[in-house]
Design a protein around this ligand. Structure first.
Ligand SMILES: [Cu+2]
Length: 151
């Protein structure tokens, strides 16, 4: 009986850990955290809903030096972009619904920075109650920013 309780607790802990680590991330389309200097890359923004209410909006701040060229169609979502004076996309907002236990993926093409370094993707996830989860390293333990090593 004791063993049974202990293994049940271990299982619960494992489930909690795996849920907690399902952060909003940007990776290459094949799931990598690295890419090449100056290359055209397809990136994948992955956003899991981690509360018992739906995600309603996702905002991505485009890192300096990254030039976004094209978006894959994402059914069920509308997209707005902010551009700078040179017409470069600086920010993207997707509005739609990601229900509890679901995740959404947004693919886009971009040109990497011309110099090697770490690209930091800041993601802001809004829930239906208006709460916003910041994946921007403000609190690295709770909301780490996603990074791509460009080399
Ligand atoms: Cu998470």
């Amino acid at each position: 009986m004791k063993t049974l309780i202990r293994s049940a607790l271990t299982l619960t802990a494992a489930v909690l850990i795996s849920v907690a680590s399902a952060h909003a991330t940007v990776r290459t389309e094949t799931g990598l955290s690295e890419s090449k200097v100056g290359a055209s890359e397809t990136y994948r923004l992955n956003v899991p809903t981690e509360k018992e209410i739906a995600t309603t909006q996702i905002r991505l701040v485009v890192p300096a030096g990254v030039v976004i060229s094209r978006f894959q169609v994402t059914p069920g979502f509308t997209r707005t972009v902010k551009k700078d004076a040179n017409g470069l996309v600086t920010e993207i907002v997707w509005t739609g619904r990601v229900a509890p236990m679901e995740y959404a993926r947004f693919f886009f093409q971009a040109k990497n920075p011309a110099a090697a370094g770490e690209v930091v993707w800041k993601i802001y996830q809004t829930y239906s109650d208006g709460s916003v989860v910041a994946w921007d390293d403000t609190n690295p333990a709770e909301g780490p920013a996603s990074k791509t090593t460009v080399k």
